[in-house]
Design a binder for this molecule. Sequence first.
Ligand SMILES: [Fe+2]
Length: 300
Amino acid sequence: MYGAHTSSALRGDYRRARADFTVEQGWHRYSAADQVLWRRLYERQCRQLADSACEAYIDGLARAGSATRIPDLKAVSDALTAATGWRLVAVPGFIPDAQFFAHLAARQFPVTVWLRKPEEIDYLVEPDIFHDFFGHVPMLFDPHFADFVQRYGEQGLHAITLDALPLVARLYWYTVEFGLIETPKGLRAYGAGILSSAGETAYALDSAQALRIRFDLQRCMRTRYRIDAFQKTYFVIQSLDQLMAAIDQDLDLLLTQLRSAPELDPEHLAPGDRIVAPRRSAMPIPMSKPVPPPAGVATP
Ligand SMILES: [Fe+2]
């Protein structure tokens, strides 16, 4: 998750937030109904993970160990710190971009404390603890991905000084939130916005209505995205190492050039695109289902 909004219109309670926007999780405040809803969400998503999520995600989800109750973020942090040096910090919801990047750069992942209501099981406007935890935390157990996200945080902080926030926001969107990866077992998802969404998991991998193209840093940064419907374009990596390789460099010149380059439409292919086949023979999937909220990334 991340976003540029901290107004009173947001759902979270920011009154007790510290200067870095962290709060106490207050685990004891979750109700019995919250715990039931968590298990319902968790079990529903797990049913489609076996042939949809990449191995790193499936391994990480097992290590995160929160199948039967809403996670205590401090307890999971201990396991995560032992694995990759990351820890989880509780936040009320969206936090300012600079603070979000600063947390990532310090290997701290912000997780929203509140859980959606039962009537929001398929759709809500802001990311909740289910999206933030179930979607994001498993991948942070992977050393390559964990290093990438930290480096992304550093580059994000720098991009703000270059007035290039929309460009790095798109990179996060199309990788951390909606990334696909080619594996020996076939096309799989690693993005949190896909893996925490009941509808988009199958759509992203199978639908003939979506474009799947090989990841390219510039193409990705130039491509607009949708926040109110399933994505039209997904970028496909061939290994998790590819992400770090793409951004572990001086991006000043590239960001400066791309700032004035035309944006690309996610509904159409662009010259040089390399198409990746869907997981199965493509079947049309209805678009009527609302999309769960991915990250609250500021719209470029
Ligand atoms: Fe997210």
